[in-house]
Design a protein around this ligand. Structure first.
Ligand code: B12
Ligand code: SF4
Length: 534
């Protein structure tokens, strides 16, 4: 019997940009009695059906975009006699779908860190439950990933989560509903231990895979103070303090390390925080700009964001403090007009934005937008084949519309074409060359150019492009560029690197624990085995 963990994907590039973290976390949650799991990331290569044997346990993670492929994998695995278990955000929101479409034996809702061990044991005993409630576990319970199982030469960036949940409530985002609005933060040393493990293996680029790296704003602190809410103020101050501790420790790691995260624009008001990010080598952050007009921001419940000149200034503030912005913009909002595309690209081309993504409005399940749309569709459902459009992820990709919700004044094709032009304009050679001047060396400049092109091509291959010929060309391009980029991202392994705190005489034995070794991962007695310092 073997445990297989499968990250489904229709697009295999042989090389991937960022590690799917769940694979390595669930590997850590797999009881030792089941042996080391086999990890299959289909964004590298597809699973071989012959690798699945009767009584094997196959764990499949589905988000909305890869659900259809995930169900295919599950049906194949069940037909070969395996136990099939689903988890991930989509399975959490639509557990019944995994049974109906994916031949599931069981579904885990919510976090898998604790629940997965129980699932494996129940499967081994031949009696899995139908649904497991993984819930929202505390930050102290998040498992460190088993990086010893990674093929380091396959990924450019590794991902480490430092916090889960987001206090905001944007209408297009499901995070605050599924992960909750209360930030669940990991103790900084646990994060550092994982990063040390990764640098030992030769990873120097790490994505801090957080929903929102800036969970406490200056406004939150001011309001708690004004309301004399001492308990709230203490809680917020503690969360903020832990962030600074993390960044102080990151700053002590090898100087060639580069971190990237996701943050709200309000961090631009907090110079102290941005300076700590710079010292910590957090060189870039995805900032959800979403819309450049006040009406657009209101439409997505993000009117606390900046627009117009104030937005341009705010984005530049990040750069002035040494944090590059990957601006994320949404097209297809009801308030968008043809002129919005020009205004957006003009804003993106201003000095504050180093990278940008222009995504088409997609109603993701679990969001306010999705609930509203589902309600509108209830009386007169639009069908594609026999699938209601509100279940668009079940529509075969060849016939799946590119946009799902009608726009009041533009057709889907018009929005798609205009979006395509914005991508082309932002990522043309000249603009990339100009932006690449922010890098310190020729090698870094080359890396910047490759990465910009790769980013653009990967997106073109995932739905925005106008026709399938272009999509195919994009994929070939992305594959080639990914191989070149990978070389630029690899660093010499540092097998004897230690965490800055392990050498401290006052550090507790827990602080001295490397995040993994061949013998110390999840045991049946619990994941946190303390390894005394030799
Ligand atoms: C980092 C991240 C990215 C990164 C890296 C992706 C990667 N390679 O992993 C990047 C930037 C590339 C990215 C891209 C996109 N992302 Co993203 N991303 C995230 C983010 C912030 C964290 C994911 C993560 O690593 N979490 C840490 C791991 C440990 O947690 P986890 O995956 O949730 O897994 C836990 C549980 O879910 C469960 N579990 C998961 N799988 C399984 C399987 C089994 C068998 C079991 C038992 C349990 C289990 O156990 C795990 C441990 O507790 C999430 C937000 C979030 N909170 O999840 C969004 C999120 C997953 N992304 C989202 C989206 C929409 C996208 C994009 C489509 C964005 C876009 N418009 O292009 C693309 C799609 C990329 C693709 N083709 O897959 C949405 C998905 C919504 C949905 N309903 O599907 C999320 C939820 C954010 C949101 N705003 O709502 N993303
Ligand atoms: S889009 Fe960002 S800020 Fe808004 S709720 Fe989601 S994670 Fe939070």
């Amino acid at each position: 019997m073997r445990v297989h963990l499968v990250n489904p994907s229709d697009n295999s590039f042989g090389t991937a940009v960022i590690t799917p973290r769940w694979l390595f976390v669930l590997a850590a949650a797999t009881p030792q009695s089941a042996g080391d799991p086999i990890l299959v990331d289909e964004s590298l290569e597809q699973i071989l059906p012959e690798s699945i044997m009767p009584s094997d346990i196959v764990g499949i993670s589905v988000h909305t975009g890869n659900a259809l492929r995930g169900y295919q994998v599950g049906r194949m695995a069940r037909a070969r006699g395996a136990w099939v278990v689903y988890g991930g955000i989509h399975a959490t929101l639509f557990p019944e779908e995994a049974f109906e479409r994916g031949d599931a034996h069981a579904v885990v809702k919510g976090d898998g860190d604790i629940a997965w061990g129980k699932v494996v044991k129940d499967c081994l005993a031949g009696k899995p439950s139908r649904i497991y409630e993984g819930g929202r576990i505390e930050g102290s319970e998040f498992l460190p990933a088993r990086w010893d199982l990674i093929a380091p030469d396959k990924y450019m960036w590794a991902s480490v989560q430092t916090i889960r949940g987001c206090p905001k409530h944007c209408s297009f985002c499901s995070v605050w509903r599924t992960d909750g609005q209360r930030p669940r933060q990991r103790q900084y040393q646990r994060v550092i231990d994982e990063i040390v493990d990764l640098r030992r293996l030769g990873f120097r680029f790490i994505a801090l895979a957080d929903d929102n790296f800036y969970p406490v704003t200056l406004t939150d602190l001011r309001l708690a103070r004004e309301q004399n809410n001492t308990a709230k103020l203490a809680e917020l101050t503690a969360i903020r303090g832990e962030r600074f501790q993390l960044m102080d420790e990151l700053a002590k790691l090898p100087k060639d390390m580069v971190f990237f995260t996701q943050i709200t624009m309000e961090a631009g008001e907090d110079g102290e925080f941005l300076d700590a990010m710079r010292r910590a080598n957090i060189k870039g952050a995805l900032v959800g700009v979403e819309a450049v007009t006040p009406e657009g921001l209101k439409a997505v419940f993000k009117d606390w964001n900046y627009s117009g000149e104030a937005l341009a200034k705010q984005l530049q503030t990040f750069k002035q403090h040494g944090v590059h912005v990957l601006g994320s913009f949404i097209f297809g909002l009801p308030t968008d007009k043809p002129a919005t595309f020009d205004a957006t690209v003009a804003m993106a081309l201003k000095p504050g934005v180093t990278f940008a993504q222009f995504v088409m409005m997609t109603p993701f399940p679990g969001t306010v937008d999705f609930a509203r749309w589902e309600k509108e569709q209830a009386s007169h459902p639009t069908l594609v084949g026999d699938v209601p459009i509100t279940r668009y992820w079940l529509i075969p990709p060849e016939v799946r519309p590119k946009m799902f919700t009608p726009h009041p004044s533009m057709s889907s094709d018009e929005i798609r074409e205009r979006t395509q032009k914005v991508w082309d304009r932002f990522y043309n050679w000249r603009s990339i060359w100009e932006r690449s001047a922010c890098t310190p060396t020729l090698r870094a400049r080359l890396g910047f150019i490759f990465l910009s092109k790769l980013y653009r091509q990967m997106y073109a291959g995932t739905g925005i492009s106008t026709d399938s010929a272009r999509r195919k060309k994009s994929r070939t391009w992305a594959r080639w560029t990914a191989r070149q980029c990978k070389k630029l991202f690899q660093a010499k392994p540092m097998p004897s690197l230690e965490s800055p705190s392990w050498g401290l005489t006052f550090a507790s034995s827990l602080l001295r624990r490397p995040a993994f070794s061949a013998t110390e991962h999840q045991t049946d007695t619990g994941p946190f085995v303390v390894i005394p310092k030799s």
